[in-house]
Design a protein around this ligand. Structure first.
Ligand code: AMP
Length: 429
Protein backbone atom coordinates (compact mmCIF):
# COMPACT_ATOMS: atom_id res chain seq x y z
CA UNK A 1 0.00 0.00 0.00
CA UNK A 2 1.35 3.44 -0.81
CA UNK A 3 2.01 5.77 2.09
CA UNK A 4 -0.26 8.76 2.61
CA UNK A 5 1.49 12.08 2.15
CA UNK A 6 0.83 15.50 3.67
CA UNK A 7 -1.41 17.83 1.66
CA UNK A 8 0.39 20.07 -0.84
CA UNK A 9 1.34 23.37 0.70
CA UNK A 10 1.45 22.02 4.27
CA UNK A 11 4.58 21.09 6.18
CA UNK A 12 5.47 19.11 9.26
CA UNK A 13 7.53 21.00 11.79
CA UNK A 14 10.02 18.40 12.91
CA UNK A 15 12.06 18.17 16.12
CA UNK A 16 15.22 19.58 14.50
CA UNK A 17 13.31 22.77 13.70
CA UNK A 18 11.07 23.09 16.71
CA UNK A 19 13.73 24.92 18.74
CA UNK A 20 13.39 27.93 16.42
CA UNK A 21 9.61 27.92 16.72
CA UNK A 22 9.70 27.72 20.49
CA UNK A 23 12.30 30.44 20.69
CA UNK A 24 10.29 32.68 18.39
CA UNK A 25 7.13 32.13 20.43
CA UNK A 26 8.96 32.77 23.66
CA UNK A 27 10.45 36.04 22.37
CA UNK A 28 7.08 37.19 21.01
CA UNK A 29 5.28 36.28 24.23
CA UNK A 30 7.81 38.14 26.30
CA UNK A 31 7.94 41.33 24.17
CA UNK A 32 4.14 41.48 23.89
CA UNK A 33 3.67 40.66 27.57
CA UNK A 34 5.96 43.54 28.58
CA UNK A 35 3.75 45.89 26.56
CA UNK A 36 0.59 44.63 28.34
CA UNK A 37 -0.83 42.67 25.39
CA UNK A 38 -2.94 39.57 26.17
CA UNK A 39 -3.14 36.48 24.05
CA UNK A 40 -6.44 35.58 22.40
CA UNK A 41 -7.22 32.22 20.76
CA UNK A 42 -10.07 32.15 18.31
CA UNK A 43 -11.41 29.18 16.29
CA UNK A 44 -9.61 28.04 13.17
CA UNK A 45 -12.84 28.06 11.19
CA UNK A 46 -15.56 30.66 11.05
CA UNK A 47 -18.67 31.48 9.04
CA UNK A 48 -17.63 32.31 5.48
CA UNK A 49 -19.46 35.62 5.73
CA UNK A 50 -17.06 36.88 8.37
CA UNK A 51 -14.17 36.85 5.92
CA UNK A 52 -16.26 38.00 2.96
CA UNK A 53 -17.26 41.06 4.96
CA UNK A 54 -14.09 41.41 7.01
CA UNK A 55 -11.52 41.08 4.25
CA UNK A 56 -13.63 41.99 1.24
CA UNK A 57 -15.01 40.02 -1.71
CA UNK A 58 -12.79 41.93 -4.13
CA UNK A 59 -9.51 40.72 -2.61
CA UNK A 60 -7.53 37.71 -3.87
CA UNK A 61 -7.71 36.19 -0.40
CA UNK A 62 -11.51 36.04 -0.43
CA UNK A 63 -12.06 35.79 -4.17
CA UNK A 64 -9.61 33.02 -4.95
CA UNK A 65 -7.80 31.65 -1.93
CA UNK A 66 -10.24 30.60 0.75
CA UNK A 67 -10.71 27.04 1.93
CA UNK A 68 -14.51 27.11 2.02
CA UNK A 69 -16.84 24.16 2.37
CA UNK A 70 -20.35 23.27 3.44
CA UNK A 71 -20.50 21.43 6.75
CA UNK A 72 -22.97 18.66 7.51
CA UNK A 73 -25.52 21.24 8.62
CA UNK A 74 -25.32 22.97 5.23
CA UNK A 75 -23.50 25.98 6.69
CA UNK A 76 -20.77 27.58 4.65
CA UNK A 77 -17.61 27.62 6.76
CA UNK A 78 -14.08 28.76 5.96
CA UNK A 79 -10.67 27.93 7.39
CA UNK A 80 -9.36 31.29 8.53
CA UNK A 81 -7.09 32.93 5.96
CA UNK A 82 -5.94 35.58 8.47
CA UNK A 83 -6.40 36.48 12.11
CA UNK A 84 -7.91 39.94 12.38
CA UNK A 85 -11.48 39.12 11.31
CA UNK A 86 -11.79 36.39 13.96
CA UNK A 87 -10.32 38.63 16.66
CA UNK A 88 -12.75 41.42 15.80
CA UNK A 89 -15.67 38.97 15.79
CA UNK A 90 -14.63 37.71 19.23
CA UNK A 91 -14.22 41.28 20.46
CA UNK A 92 -17.77 42.16 19.43
CA UNK A 93 -19.40 38.87 20.41
CA UNK A 94 -17.83 38.73 23.87
CA UNK A 95 -18.40 42.40 24.62
CA UNK A 96 -14.69 42.99 25.19
CA UNK A 97 -15.21 46.69 24.52
CA UNK A 98 -17.29 47.01 27.68
CA UNK A 99 -14.70 45.17 29.77
CA UNK A 100 -12.17 47.94 29.21
CA UNK A 101 -11.98 50.94 26.98
CA UNK A 102 -9.03 49.50 25.14
CA UNK A 103 -8.01 45.98 24.26
CA UNK A 104 -4.45 45.02 23.44
CA UNK A 105 -4.50 41.52 21.98
CA UNK A 106 -2.16 39.12 20.21
CA UNK A 107 -2.56 35.76 18.56
CA UNK A 108 -0.46 33.06 16.98
CA UNK A 109 -1.64 30.18 14.88
CA UNK A 110 -2.14 28.52 11.54
CA UNK A 111 -3.83 30.29 8.63
CA UNK A 112 -5.03 28.75 5.37
CA UNK A 113 -4.93 30.11 1.84
CA UNK A 114 -5.25 28.20 -1.39
CA UNK A 115 -2.23 29.84 -3.06
CA UNK A 116 0.36 28.79 -5.59
CA UNK A 117 2.92 27.00 -3.49
CA UNK A 118 6.49 28.32 -3.70
CA UNK A 119 9.40 29.15 -1.38
CA UNK A 120 7.91 31.21 1.49
CA UNK A 121 4.33 30.64 0.32
CA UNK A 122 2.33 27.76 1.72
CA UNK A 123 -1.32 26.78 1.99
CA UNK A 124 -1.11 26.30 5.73
CA UNK A 125 1.21 28.85 7.31
CA UNK A 126 1.47 30.54 10.68
CA UNK A 127 0.98 34.12 11.65
CA UNK A 128 1.77 36.05 14.77
CA UNK A 129 -0.42 39.11 15.02
CA UNK A 130 -1.33 41.90 17.40
CA UNK A 131 -4.25 44.28 17.50
CA UNK A 132 -5.13 47.35 19.54
CA UNK A 133 -8.88 47.88 19.58
CA UNK A 134 -10.39 51.10 20.92
CA UNK A 135 -7.71 53.74 20.33
CA UNK A 136 -7.40 56.34 17.59
CA UNK A 137 -4.22 57.76 19.16
CA UNK A 138 -1.28 57.77 16.72
CA UNK A 139 0.82 56.45 19.60
CA UNK A 140 -1.08 53.15 19.24
CA UNK A 141 0.13 52.90 15.61
CA UNK A 142 3.68 53.60 16.73
CA UNK A 143 3.41 51.20 19.67
CA UNK A 144 2.40 48.25 17.50
CA UNK A 145 5.15 49.01 14.98
CA UNK A 146 7.70 49.31 17.80
CA UNK A 147 6.61 45.93 19.17
CA UNK A 148 7.08 44.28 15.78
CA UNK A 149 10.56 45.81 15.53
CA UNK A 150 11.40 44.76 19.10
CA UNK A 151 10.44 41.16 18.35
CA UNK A 152 12.58 41.10 15.20
CA UNK A 153 15.49 42.75 17.01
CA UNK A 154 15.27 40.36 19.97
CA UNK A 155 15.51 37.50 17.46
CA UNK A 156 18.73 39.05 16.17
CA UNK A 157 17.34 39.65 12.68
CA UNK A 158 18.89 42.40 10.59
CA UNK A 159 18.53 43.61 6.99
CA UNK A 160 14.84 44.38 7.43
CA UNK A 161 13.16 47.51 6.13
CA UNK A 162 10.04 49.18 7.49
CA UNK A 163 7.93 50.70 4.70
CA UNK A 164 5.39 53.29 5.78
CA UNK A 165 2.50 55.07 4.15
CA UNK A 166 -0.77 56.75 4.99
CA UNK A 167 -3.88 55.80 3.07
CA UNK A 168 -5.85 58.60 4.72
CA UNK A 169 -9.58 58.39 5.30
CA UNK A 170 -12.16 57.06 2.81
CA UNK A 171 -12.84 60.69 1.85
CA UNK A 172 -9.14 61.38 1.19
CA UNK A 173 -9.02 58.29 -0.95
CA UNK A 174 -12.04 59.29 -2.98
CA UNK A 175 -10.25 62.49 -3.99
CA UNK A 176 -7.02 60.66 -4.62
CA UNK A 177 -8.66 57.89 -6.65
CA UNK A 178 -10.00 60.47 -9.11
CA UNK A 179 -6.53 61.97 -9.57
CA UNK A 180 -4.98 58.54 -9.96
CA UNK A 181 -7.51 57.40 -12.56
CA UNK A 182 -6.95 60.65 -14.50
CA UNK A 183 -3.23 59.94 -14.53
CA UNK A 184 -3.48 56.23 -15.41
CA UNK A 185 -6.22 56.32 -18.03
CA UNK A 186 -3.93 57.46 -20.89
CA UNK A 187 -1.66 54.48 -20.07
CA UNK A 188 -4.52 51.99 -19.94
CA UNK A 189 -3.30 49.91 -22.89
CA UNK A 190 0.17 49.56 -21.40
CA UNK A 191 -0.97 48.32 -17.97
CA UNK A 192 -0.89 44.60 -17.21
CA UNK A 193 -4.28 42.85 -17.60
CA UNK A 194 -4.99 42.71 -13.83
CA UNK A 195 -4.31 46.42 -13.50
CA UNK A 196 -6.56 47.22 -16.44
CA UNK A 197 -9.43 45.57 -14.57
CA UNK A 198 -8.48 47.40 -11.39
CA UNK A 199 -8.54 50.75 -13.11
CA UNK A 200 -12.30 50.80 -12.75
CA UNK A 201 -12.76 48.50 -9.74
CA UNK A 202 -9.96 49.38 -7.34
CA UNK A 203 -7.36 51.68 -8.92
CA UNK A 204 -5.21 52.06 -5.77
CA UNK A 205 -4.31 48.38 -5.96
CA UNK A 206 -2.50 49.16 -9.24
CA UNK A 207 0.12 50.92 -7.11
CA UNK A 208 1.36 47.65 -5.63
CA UNK A 209 1.39 45.72 -8.90
CA UNK A 210 4.50 43.56 -9.23
CA UNK A 211 4.42 43.92 -13.02
CA UNK A 212 7.58 45.81 -14.18
CA UNK A 213 5.89 47.82 -16.96
CA UNK A 214 3.07 48.87 -14.62
CA UNK A 215 5.58 49.72 -11.89
CA UNK A 216 7.35 52.07 -14.29
CA UNK A 217 4.11 53.88 -15.10
CA UNK A 218 3.18 54.10 -11.44
CA UNK A 219 6.48 55.74 -10.48
CA UNK A 220 5.29 59.15 -11.63
CA UNK A 221 1.70 58.74 -10.48
CA UNK A 222 0.26 61.34 -8.11
CA UNK A 223 0.92 60.51 -4.48
CA UNK A 224 -1.78 60.11 -1.88
CA UNK A 225 0.19 62.39 0.47
CA UNK A 226 -0.81 65.34 -1.72
CA UNK A 227 -4.47 64.46 -1.31
CA UNK A 228 -4.71 64.01 2.46
CA UNK A 229 -6.81 66.54 4.34
CA UNK A 230 -4.91 68.60 6.96
CA UNK A 231 -5.98 66.32 9.81
CA UNK A 232 -4.83 63.13 8.07
CA UNK A 233 -1.63 64.90 7.06
CA UNK A 234 -0.95 65.93 10.64
CA UNK A 235 -1.60 62.41 11.87
CA UNK A 236 0.82 60.97 9.32
CA UNK A 237 3.48 63.44 10.45
CA UNK A 238 2.90 62.57 14.11
CA UNK A 239 3.44 58.88 13.39
CA UNK A 240 6.66 59.65 11.55
CA UNK A 241 7.86 61.97 14.31
CA UNK A 242 7.14 59.43 17.04
CA UNK A 243 8.88 56.64 15.15
CA UNK A 244 11.90 58.91 14.78
CA UNK A 245 11.77 59.70 18.51
CA UNK A 246 11.98 55.97 19.22
CA UNK A 247 14.93 55.61 16.85
CA UNK A 248 12.96 53.45 14.42
CA UNK A 249 14.07 53.87 10.80
CA UNK A 250 11.41 53.81 8.12
CA UNK A 251 11.12 54.24 4.40
CA UNK A 252 8.18 56.22 3.01
CA UNK A 253 6.54 54.21 0.29
CA UNK A 254 3.61 55.89 -1.48
CA UNK A 255 2.80 52.64 -3.32
CA UNK A 256 2.03 50.72 -0.14
CA UNK A 257 -1.75 50.44 -0.11
CA UNK A 258 -4.43 48.50 1.60
CA UNK A 259 -7.24 48.03 -0.82
CA UNK A 260 -10.31 48.23 1.38
CA UNK A 261 -12.52 51.06 2.52
CA UNK A 262 -12.22 50.45 6.23
CA UNK A 263 -8.44 50.83 6.20
CA UNK A 264 -7.46 54.27 7.36
CA UNK A 265 -4.28 56.28 7.83
CA UNK A 266 -1.20 54.24 8.74
CA UNK A 267 -0.19 51.33 6.49
CA UNK A 268 3.13 49.56 6.90
CA UNK A 269 5.04 46.52 5.81
CA UNK A 270 8.28 44.92 6.95
CA UNK A 271 10.36 43.48 4.15
CA UNK A 272 13.58 41.49 4.19
CA UNK A 273 16.12 43.13 1.89
CA UNK A 274 17.88 39.80 1.39
CA UNK A 275 17.31 36.16 2.20
CA UNK A 276 13.72 35.57 1.12
CA UNK A 277 13.68 35.98 -2.65
CA UNK A 278 10.41 37.06 -4.25
CA UNK A 279 8.25 36.51 -1.16
CA UNK A 280 10.12 39.07 0.89
CA UNK A 281 7.31 40.52 3.03
CA UNK A 282 7.79 39.40 6.60
CA UNK A 283 4.73 41.18 7.89
CA UNK A 284 2.36 44.03 7.42
CA UNK A 285 -0.40 45.93 9.05
CA UNK A 286 -2.08 49.20 9.63
CA UNK A 287 -5.06 51.03 10.97
CA UNK A 288 -8.55 49.76 10.26
CA UNK A 289 -10.94 52.21 11.88
CA UNK A 290 -13.94 50.98 9.89
CA UNK A 291 -13.73 47.22 10.39
CA UNK A 292 -15.41 46.76 13.77
CA UNK A 293 -18.50 48.65 12.57
CA UNK A 294 -18.42 46.73 9.27
CA UNK A 295 -18.63 43.50 11.28
CA UNK A 296 -21.57 44.70 13.35
CA UNK A 297 -19.88 46.36 16.33
CA UNK A 298 -19.91 50.00 17.31
CA UNK A 299 -17.52 52.51 15.70
CA UNK A 300 -14.12 51.47 17.05
CA UNK A 301 -10.68 52.64 16.01
CA UNK A 302 -8.13 49.85 15.69
CA UNK A 303 -4.64 49.11 14.48
CA UNK A 304 -2.59 45.93 14.15
CA UNK A 305 -0.26 43.73 12.16
CA UNK A 306 0.49 40.14 11.23
CA UNK A 307 3.84 38.49 10.57
CA UNK A 308 4.43 35.27 8.68
CA UNK A 309 6.34 32.88 10.90
CA UNK A 310 7.63 30.56 8.15
CA UNK A 311 9.39 33.52 6.57
CA UNK A 312 10.84 34.58 9.91
CA UNK A 313 12.01 31.01 10.39
CA UNK A 314 13.82 31.06 7.04
CA UNK A 315 15.65 34.20 8.14
CA UNK A 316 16.44 32.77 11.57
CA UNK A 317 17.83 29.59 10.06
CA UNK A 318 20.16 31.66 7.90
CA UNK A 319 21.27 33.74 10.89
CA UNK A 320 21.83 31.26 13.71
CA UNK A 321 21.97 27.61 14.71
CA UNK A 322 18.82 26.12 16.19
CA UNK A 323 18.56 26.75 19.90
CA UNK A 324 18.76 23.44 21.76
CA UNK A 325 17.35 22.61 25.14
CA UNK A 326 20.19 21.64 27.44
CA UNK A 327 19.88 18.20 28.93
CA UNK A 328 21.27 17.74 32.45
CA UNK A 329 21.61 13.94 32.71
CA UNK A 330 21.64 10.98 30.36
CA UNK A 331 20.93 7.78 32.32
CA UNK A 332 22.40 4.48 31.11
CA UNK A 333 21.70 1.16 32.81
CA UNK A 334 22.14 -2.53 32.29
CA UNK A 335 21.06 -5.53 34.38
CA UNK A 336 17.89 -7.00 35.81
CA UNK A 337 18.05 -4.83 38.96
CA UNK A 338 19.63 -1.75 37.43
CA UNK A 339 17.11 -1.27 34.62
CA UNK A 340 13.94 -0.89 36.75
CA UNK A 341 15.93 1.21 39.23
CA UNK A 342 17.06 3.53 36.40
CA UNK A 343 13.44 4.39 35.69
CA UNK A 344 12.87 5.34 39.34
CA UNK A 345 16.11 7.33 39.43
CA UNK A 346 15.25 9.28 36.25
CA UNK A 347 11.80 10.04 37.57
CA UNK A 348 13.01 11.29 40.96
CA UNK A 349 15.66 13.46 39.28
CA UNK A 350 12.98 15.00 37.06
CA UNK A 351 10.88 15.69 40.15
CA UNK A 352 13.91 17.44 41.64
CA UNK A 353 13.97 19.75 38.61
CA UNK A 354 16.65 18.15 36.39
CA UNK A 355 16.11 17.40 32.70
CA UNK A 356 16.83 13.72 32.21
CA UNK A 357 16.89 11.36 29.24
CA UNK A 358 16.70 7.65 30.02
CA UNK A 359 18.30 5.18 27.64
CA UNK A 360 15.72 2.47 27.00
CA UNK A 361 17.79 0.26 24.70
CA UNK A 362 19.13 -2.24 27.26
CA UNK A 363 22.06 -2.59 24.87
CA UNK A 364 25.73 -2.95 25.80
CA UNK A 365 27.12 -0.11 27.95
CA UNK A 366 29.47 0.93 25.10
CA UNK A 367 26.56 1.69 22.77
CA UNK A 368 24.68 3.53 25.49
CA UNK A 369 27.79 5.65 26.27
CA UNK A 370 28.01 6.69 22.62
CA UNK A 371 24.41 7.87 22.73
CA UNK A 372 25.14 9.69 25.99
CA UNK A 373 27.99 11.56 24.25
CA UNK A 374 25.72 12.57 21.41
CA UNK A 375 22.85 13.62 23.69
CA UNK A 376 24.46 16.91 24.68
CA UNK A 377 23.84 16.14 28.37
CA UNK A 378 26.13 17.67 30.98
CA UNK A 379 26.63 14.32 32.69
CA UNK A 380 25.94 10.64 32.27
CA UNK A 381 24.59 8.56 35.14
CA UNK A 382 25.66 4.92 35.02
CA UNK A 383 23.75 2.21 36.78
CA UNK A 384 24.81 -1.45 36.73
CA UNK A 385 23.58 -4.23 39.01
CA UNK A 386 26.48 -3.55 41.46
CA UNK A 387 25.43 0.08 41.85
CA UNK A 388 21.77 -0.98 42.04
CA UNK A 389 22.53 -3.35 44.92
CA UNK A 390 24.15 -0.52 46.89
CA UNK A 391 21.79 2.27 45.72
CA UNK A 392 24.76 4.15 44.31
CA UNK A 393 25.42 5.55 40.85
CA UNK A 394 28.46 6.52 38.77
CA UNK A 395 28.33 10.16 37.69
CA UNK A 396 30.48 10.96 34.67
CA UNK A 397 30.90 14.58 33.55
CA UNK A 398 30.80 14.33 29.78
CA UNK A 399 32.89 17.44 29.15
CA UNK A 400 35.94 16.47 31.25
CA UNK A 401 35.45 12.71 31.53
CA UNK A 402 35.75 13.01 35.32
CA UNK A 403 33.84 10.24 37.08
CA UNK A 404 32.79 9.70 40.69
CA UNK A 405 30.65 7.20 42.55
CA UNK A 406 27.99 8.46 44.95
CA UNK A 407 24.80 7.36 46.71
CA UNK A 408 21.77 8.02 44.49
CA UNK A 409 20.18 10.00 47.32
CA UNK A 410 23.10 12.45 47.16
CA UNK A 411 22.01 13.57 43.68
CA UNK A 412 18.74 14.76 45.14
CA UNK A 413 20.17 16.11 48.40
CA UNK A 414 22.77 18.14 46.53
CA UNK A 415 20.48 19.14 43.69
CA UNK A 416 21.09 22.86 44.17
CA UNK A 417 24.88 22.68 43.96
CA UNK A 418 24.72 20.16 41.10
CA UNK A 419 22.46 22.49 39.12
CA UNK A 420 24.86 25.36 39.73
CA UNK A 421 27.75 23.22 38.50
CA UNK A 422 25.82 22.16 35.38
CA UNK A 423 24.94 25.76 34.68
CA UNK A 424 28.53 26.94 35.00
CA UNK A 425 29.72 24.11 32.73
CA UNK A 426 27.16 24.80 30.02
CA UNK A 427 27.79 28.55 30.13
CA UNK A 428 31.50 28.06 29.65
CA UNK A 429 31.02 25.90 26.56
P1 AMP B 1 -1.08 39.43 4.88
O1 AMP B 1 -2.18 39.08 5.83
O2 AMP B 1 -1.34 38.92 3.49
O3 AMP B 1 -0.63 40.85 4.95
O4 AMP B 1 0.15 38.54 5.38
C1 AMP B 1 0.97 38.90 6.47
C2 AMP B 1 2.22 38.07 6.41
O5 AMP B 1 1.89 36.69 6.45
C3 AMP B 1 2.99 38.23 5.11
O6 AMP B 1 3.85 39.34 5.17
C4 AMP B 1 3.75 36.93 5.05
O7 AMP B 1 4.92 36.99 5.85
C5 AMP B 1 2.80 35.94 5.67
N1 AMP B 1 2.07 35.17 4.64
C6 AMP B 1 0.97 35.53 3.94
N2 AMP B 1 0.57 34.55 3.12
C7 AMP B 1 1.45 33.53 3.28
C8 AMP B 1 1.58 32.20 2.70
N3 AMP B 1 0.72 31.74 1.81
N4 AMP B 1 2.61 31.43 3.13
C9 AMP B 1 3.49 31.88 4.03
N5 AMP B 1 3.42 33.11 4.61
C10 AMP B 1 2.41 33.91 4.24
Amino acid sequence: MSAIEAIKGTRDILPDEIGYWQWLEQVARSVLGRAAYCEIRTPIFEQTDLFARGIGEATDVVGKEMYTFMDKGERSVTLRPEGTAGVVRAYIENGLHVKGSLQRLWYLGPMFRYENVQAGRQRQFHQLGCEVLGSADPRADVEVIAIAIDILTALGLTGLRLDLNSVGTPRDRQRYRAALVDYLTPYQEKLDPDSQVRLTRNPMRILDSKHPETQKIVQDAPKIWDHLDPESQQRFEQVQQQLTDLGIDFHLNPCLVRGLDYYTHTAFEIVAETGLGAQNAVGGGGRYDGLVAELGGSETSAVGWAMGLERLLLLLQQAAAAPVTQLDFYVVSRGTHAEPQSLRLAQSLRHAGFSVELDLSASAFGKQFKRADRSGAAACLILGDDEAAQSTVQLKWLGSGEQESMPQSQLIEQATSLKAKIQSLTQRE
